[in-house]
Design a protein around this ligand. Sequence first.
Ligand SMILES: Nc1nc2c(c(=O)[nH]1)N[C@H]1C(S)=C(S)[C@@H](COP(=O)(O)OP(=O)(O)OC[C@H]3O[C@@H](n4cnc5c(=O)[nH]c(N)nc54)[C@H](O)[C@@H]3O)O[C@H]1N2
Ligand SMILES: Nc1nc2c(c(=O)[nH]1)N[C@H]1C(S)=C(S)[C@@H](COP(=O)(O)OP(=O)(O)OC[C@H]3O[C@@H](n4cnc5c(=O)[nH]c(N)nc54)[C@H](O)[C@@H]3O)O[C@H]1N2
Ligand code: SF4
Ligand SMILES: [Mo]
Length: 789
Amino acid sequence: MADRIPGFCALCRSRCGSVGVVENGVLLAQEPDPSHPTGKALCMKGRAAPEIVANPQRLLYPVRRTAPKGSQDPGWRRISWDEALDETAAQLNRIKAAHGAEAVAFSITSPSGSPLSDGIKWVERLVNAFGSPNLSRGTEICNWHKDEAHAYTFGRGIGSPDFEHTGCVLLWGHNPSATWLDHATGVNDAVRRGAKLVVVDPRRVGFAMRADQWLRVRPGSDGALALGIAGEMIRNGWFDADFLREHSNGPLLVRGDTGRLLREGDLSGQPGGARLVAWNEARGAFACYDPATGLYEGGPEGIALRAVRTVAIDGVEVECRSAFQRYADLCDDYPPDRVAQICWVNADAVTQTARLLFHHRPVSYYAWSGVGQHTNATQTDRAIALLYALTGDFDAQGGNVEFSHLPARDVGGRELMPAGQLAKCISAQAQPLGPARKGAIGSDALYRAILQEEPYAIRALVGFGANLVMSHANPQAARQALSKLEFCVHADVTLTPTAQFADIVLPVNTPWEREALRVGFEVSQAAEELVQLRPAMIPSAGESRSDAWIVFELAKRMGLGEHFWNGDIDAAYRYILEPTGISLEVLRQQPEGMRQPLAPAYRKYARQPRGFATPSGKVEVYSETFLGAGQDPLPGYVEPVPRLIADAAVKQAFPLVLTSAKLPQFCHSQHRQIPSLRRKSPEPVVTLHPETAAGRGIANGDWVALSTPSGTVRMKAAFDTHLDQRVVCAQYGWWQGSQELGLAGYEPFSTDGANFNLLIGDGELDPISGSAPHRSYVCNVRPLEGKSA
Ligand SMILES: Nc1nc2c(c(=O)[nH]1)N[C@H]1C(S)=C(S)[C@@H](COP(=O)(O)OP(=O)(O)OC[C@H]3O[C@@H](n4cnc5c(=O)[nH]c(N)nc54)[C@H](O)[C@@H]3O)O[C@H]1N2
Ligand SMILES: Nc1nc2c(c(=O)[nH]1)N[C@H]1C(S)=C(S)[C@@H](COP(=O)(O)OP(=O)(O)OC[C@H]3O[C@@H](n4cnc5c(=O)[nH]c(N)nc54)[C@H](O)[C@@H]3O)O[C@H]1N2
Ligand code: SF4
Ligand SMILES: [Mo]
């Protein structure tokens, strides 16, 4: 008789509630668990769990290289865990002692696209306790914009769409049908209830096919589109003026000369008057606003959202406009006709979308990879955030909410980072507002620090899964940088092209072979109420181990054991759970988890004295923080890869726009070795319009050369009549063969290979976040003669 063991799938952000079917220590199936708040369904990856566990291409033992770096074959030799961990600990401590902890960088894969989510907090804790301010985590091309850039506007990240109560769902560069099953379930239920649906995506995929408005945006022009829709909302009065007046910094006056917010001291001529100033329409007088209390002198009545006043400052007449007036002026520069030209959408659709958003509130939204991988990503995120502010639905029921969560302890260990270390982050100077604030670095900065030793030398890298060679721009730089490292250790489930550069590779097990604690499942209030300790359902294959085990063992050997409960993971779990009152022992006996009822709290800003966690305490329509860092305080639109497209020769040679997207059957560079998944998509594909192909003599299914100024790769052409003729979308992550299917892999650095990111240069990046142009590069496609493989 097989056992049915409750758990959840950890392969992607959806974390679908599931049941493992196990017999004699073998995982036979993973099935949905409809009693779990995220368990209505599993995707094909989740159902492929038994194949993922049993795959013959897994790394099962720690290995050490015997050939020099750069050799075709690293000559992997099996070593013991003791040898691997002792050597790693010694090398890292040696480099730290000689050059400081900052000379050791860490890299981790995304917890949204891999099961590292089971152990990511422990890895973060290790990074902090060790003291490295240099963690390459891909956040600049993944979640930073929706989670951190959003905080410049709202004081917190995008939160969760409250699908259960929403009147309209806006999916902006997010395709949950392929990437987040439980979000797709939420959208589907909302639409079935009658909610409207707006999708902004260059491709007609997933919910775009069912949308009330599908805006087929030109990749990377989303910022102009958001300003255009906002302009129509403002001009037509389709926005929540009360919300903006009371809860945004829109009423605050901005000096026309310096761009700074007007201060009390500017009016009085007295130094020290730091309070800000708005215009009170009713009283015909200026009113001071105190960011410390979040209050207007004399109360909020009569405060004007739009105001233009001339003020004498030091004897000079200075025109001051309210922040909202400035924003409205900016939006006016993007009328529907102009947006149609820039974004390749219908002018009418801009107006219709504006109307729809206002009349079907509450609006909830999600913007992700479609927005986050451009050289203008941060300002695009700001433009979308401000468009959303116009609905007034921030943190409202049916809007984007931060659901109540259980009071579990965070063990990320930020407090363990020694004082002064964070300021040493290699990107702190160049991108002070970006991921560097929390010690995260982009791949370009990592490579520069290793290769050019700027701003100083990074000498060692500790990788937990990140596949830099395949998933980041400029893989040639990755190759050089990884080859130059003094020491590199990498923990992964398989020997990836990135792992091939390591000195030691540590075998990680799969989620079904390890225990994992999850407090809250994010997508709804009910989901946030669940705490689950997923059991190890089967023994770990070979000597593979969990990330948690690796971290705890390493920490002990590095002299950091005191921060890791001296290696006792159960003690660590108890520490996390203690404030919730849930006992580890009871939880362990109940693999389906425990629920603690929580009441949702909406519009929390209205109950907090200072409102929003921003410098002004309000939603920041106008960001003085950006201004202070030399960035546009309003989300003015700048074309993606401006230097490249300004070059006429480049434009002529590469007339098409190149974007990419995730596939439902794979996560990033993973899963190509899994037979049931690979059969559904045996070869790398570039999608283009049949007319675009016809003009180049390309037939459906032909192998083609896909080129950009940075490189060339080969892929198979597939036609899509719904794409704009000027847009091409290609797959990324292709390197691995499948032994079981007898399919060869693809060379990661060769023009005969299919590594999409060889096409993407890192010469132009988002000035704030460092995001790379994975989705708005220039390219061309040409046929290849007689290429069948
Ligand atoms: N062109 C293009 N490039 C992109 C994107 C795109 O849309 N287009 N998307 C970007 C995004 S959003 C992201 S997040 C990055 C992702 O980039 P990466 O974070 O590098 O993700 P993967 O390529 O999936 O590599 C993950 C690695 O983790 C390993 N792994 C799996 N399970 C575990 C585990 O439990 N523990 C450990 N330690 N390792 C494990 C896998 O075997 C794999 O080698 O890629 C980015 N790159
Ligand atoms: N199956 C699967 N699921 C995953 C992952 C995976 O690799 N595979 N990875 C996980 C991770 S790490 C992440 S970050 C999430 C991402 O989840 P999503 O954001 O949903 O990921 P994508 O499908 O890459 O991108 C969303 C959409 O953006 C569109 N797009 C491309 N260019 C543009 C553009 O310029 N503007 C706009 N508006 N849209 C554009 C694409 O056509 C695509 O449909 O998925 C997570 N889930
Ligand atoms: S969507 Fe698929 S891969 Fe992601 S958690 Fe659910 S079943 Fe697993
Ligand atoms: Mo991601």
